[in-house]
Ligand binder design. Structure first.
Ligand code: DGJ
Length: 739
């Protein structure tokens, strides 16, 4: 691993055995981008990689050189207006009304390890020799502002993490109107843009589109990262699939508004930009004020989409997620939401928990409805103390009964929200984000607390701390069920309203951080109407996230497949729920429901007391099976083999780090007749090892399974294994064990 600076040519080469990222100081004193991709050998000078063909009618930055125009030169942190007419990396309104900027190279520093980002989530190192960080210092003398671009290279991984930081050292009142975390100019446009798009209950569907001239953009302006687009995009070559090919991933470690886009110029270059969305963002950068962007994690892979995803999984599982639960298998839980909704009392909860214990489960999670006057979604949010009509002994009394059963106890909160029908709102109506003299839209009858105001965050913290501390809570599900509208904070001046949406997210992070500090043993699961805030920022605080409110096994194939593009199995909440399914009314076999949910943080979400005795026996077997294999599911290497977006079959697999055990999940929603022979090529096995395959009578070497494939069209398999149900919604797990 090394980050090198070649003094003569003023060139930076960030490289390890996988990846090279090269830029230099151009003759106008700004930074020019030279190369990003598969590792290439180092040399003193890469100036020849700067493409500066003279262009007729171009706007020249240099009076003497017709070729040197920022309109078409690849740059490192470009600004709009001085020849470059595209979307820039940074935009600052100055006192004289100008927006022209000129950040000149000043110097650099290379440090071991990776510095923390103040108040923001970020990937980290445990030992300084895991990574190296380059800080490049740039200076605009007219506004007297210093810009620092940061690049961290992880030692043996094709990962470069970026962020940017600015300080106003001058006397001007500056107004920062946008500031990207990273921009990369690529030399051509022969890519497809892969994005994860969707909506409530169909989050993170995989979509690809061929790049065309102009901007192709995904974003959230909803106040959270949202379920319409995940804060992630990839540029892949047309021939890049799951198994091979070249792809560049960009993942944003942030939970609020974002923009991620590819802008293709008239000269077929492609500019990728990622950062906080400029809509509703202005940061008053008064003298001595600073601004820190969130982090972008860039991953390069020439081993296809699986190669990219494996890298993200490894990094996010071990160097983004934190805390005591990071490396621990997760408890098998039962959540009462789909089982009872708001209709429960203490005895009903205890009776479900009692059955959960009998079936081998480990954690009971009490969802929405336990607090204030919360009997439906009209009231109660903000009053984080128990509803004594439902729970006469409070949360403390209930938690004791659950703990006495030998189960852990988890509790649902939605800390950022308030209903108008609540004591909190009656006491502090000024604490919501609402614009004076304007209509205020509600979402699910609720309003958003002003988390940009530290006083509000402190108040909510104190309420939560009391319940959690008294009842000895083991797990928290932190929900967030609406997007923002009419955003305005009474805690900020008129000039500072542009800060509010970002400061809100910083407030959310601060509350998480305080709770984690106070209760380090709590396992947090984030949630936002299912997966509307499933982002890398959240993973820093909560190692798992409720993937989607859609708990149907067949729907989940697409959702979990898409989510796995970036996020590890250990982060995906996945439950077996009742049939007919509450979102799509589908009846799937209980085996298939579990076979999908095993590839996640497994649990049940139904009234266990409504199961037949036969179903209870099946659930017991499933719970035992998960206990035996959860280490493999949650911490093995995950590979996607066949996409639910491309046909009737979905196939994925996990392999243990020592390659001795693997499980292949095979799913075929609709029964087909008289099918051809079908095989799927496996990944990640040891070619030399001979594997016994649970549903077959023979053993196969890893090289056969990876090159010839695993036979999946063996119709008789069903008669030989109880996990198999022929007919629609079939699924199978093939368990491979090295002999
Ligand atoms: C939305 C979540 O996604 C559900 O799991 C559940 O917790 C409800 N909110 C409760 O209101």
């Amino acid at each position: 691993m090394s980050i090198q600076f070649h003094k003569e040519s003023k060139t930076f080469h960030i490289h390890n055995q996988h990846v090279s990222y090269i830029f230099h100081v151009m003759r106008n004193g700004q930074l020019g981008q030279l190369y990003y991709g598969k590792a290439i050998r180092d040399r003193d000078n890469f100036d020849h990689l700067l493409e500066i063909e003279p262009r007729a009618m171009a706007v020249c930055a240099f009076d003497f050189d017709r070729g040197f125009s920022l309109e078409h030169i690849k740059q490192e942190y470009p600004v709009y207006g001085s020849g470059d007419m595209r979307f820039g990396a940074i935009d600052i309104l100055q006192e004289n009304g100008s927006r022209i900027l000129d950040f000149q190279y000043e110097g650099y520093e290379i440090i071991k390890g990776k510095p923390k980002l103040k108040n923001l989530p970020a990937t980290y190192v445990e030992h300084d020799d895991e990574a190296e960080t380059l800080l490049v210092y740039l200076y605009d003398k007219v506004i007297d502002a210093k810009l620092t671009l940061s690049y961290t290279l992880y030692k043996d991984l094709p990962i470069i993490c970026r962020n940017a930081h600015i300080v106003n050292h001058g006397k001007q009142e500056l107004q920062l109107d946008h500031m990207m975390s990273a921009v990369v100019d690529f030399p051509d446009m022969d890519y497809e843009m892969l994005e994860l798009t969707g909506a409530w209950s169909r989050e993170r569907y995989v979509k690809t589109r061929k790049l065309e001239h102009g901007i192709q953009s995904i974003y959230s302006m909803k106040g959270h990262s949202g379920n319409n687009f995940s804060p992630f995009l990839a540029l892949k070559r047309e021939n890049c699939g799951e198994y091979s090919g070249e792809v560049y991933g960009f993942s944003f470690v942030y939970s609020g508004n974002f923009i991620a886009q590819a802008d293709v110029s008239a000269y077929d270059t492609t500019r990728v930009s990622m950062g906080i969305h400029p809509q509703n963002f202005t940061w008053d950068l008064a003298p001595k004020e600073e601004f820190q962007t969130p982090e972008v994690v860039m991953v390069y892979s020439n081993e296809g989409l699986n190669g990219m995803s494996n890298t993200y999984h490894q990094l996010y599982r071990t160097r983004l997620a934190r805390g005591v639960h990071r490396d621990k298998t997760r408890p098998i839980l039962v959540n009462n939401w789909e089982g009872t909704y708001f209709d429960f009392d203490e005895d009903k909860i205890v009776s479900i928990a009692t059955t959960a214990k009998e079936l081998g489960m480990e954690l009971f999670v009490l969802d929405d409805g336990w607090f204030g006057k919360r009997n439906n979604d009209l009231a109660g949010l903000g009053d984080w103390y128990p509803n004594l009509e439902k729970l006469p002994n409070g949360i403390t009394g209930l938690a004791k009964r659950i703990h006495d059963l030998g189960l852990q106890f988890g509790l649902w909160f939605e800390p950022e929200m308030v209903n108008k029908d609540s004591d909190l709102y009656r006491t502090h109506p000024e604490w919501t984000l609402e614009t004076p003299n304007r209509h205020s839209s509600h979402g699910r009858c609720q309003y958003i607390l002003d988390f940009s105001n530290p006083e509000v965050v402190d108040y909510i913290y104190n309420m939560m701390e009391k319940v959690i501390g008294e009842a000895n809570i083991d797990y928290i599900k932190w929900d967030m069920n609406r997007a923002m509208s009419e955003v305005y904070s009474t805690a900020h001046s008129a000039k500072q309203q542009g800060r509010v949406m970002h400061e809100y997210i910083l407030g959310v992070y601060r509350l998480y951080e305080r709770l984690i500090e106070k209760f380090p043993n709590i396992l947090f699961e984030s949630c936002a109407s299912g997966g509307a805030r499933f982002d890398a920022g959240m993973l820093y605080y909560a190692p798992q996230c409720w993937t989607s409110d859609d708990s149907d096994a067949i729907e989940r194939l697409k959702i979990q497949y898409g989510t796995s593009m970036v996020f590890p199995v250990s982060s995906m909440g996945a439950h077996v729920s009742a049939i007919p399914n509450h979102q799509v009314c589908r009846n799937t076999p209980i085996e298939t429901r579990a076979n999908v949910a095993y590839f996640g943080t497994f649990g049940y979400e139904l009234d266990l007391n409504k199961l037949s005795d036969e179903e209870k026996e099946i659930v017991k077997t499933q719970v035992n099976f998960m206990k035996e294999y959860r280490e493999l599911f949650q911490f093995g290497n995950f590979y996607r083999l066949k996409s639910p977006f491309e046909g009737n079959e979905t196939i994925w697999m996990v392999v243990s780090p020592d390659k001795n055990t693997a499980i292949v999940g095979y799913y075929r929603p609709l029964q087909e007749v008289n099918v051809a022979y079908r095989r799927v090529k496996l990944l990640g096995l040891d070619p030399e090892k001979n594997y016994h395959i649970s549903l077959h009578d023979y053993t196969c070497y890893g090289d056969e399974l990876m090159n010839v494939g695993l036979m999946t069209s063996d119709a008789s398999a069903g008669e030989r294994n109880m996990q198999v149900n022929e007919g629609d919604y079939l699924s199978r797990l093939y368990i491979l064990k090295a002999q």
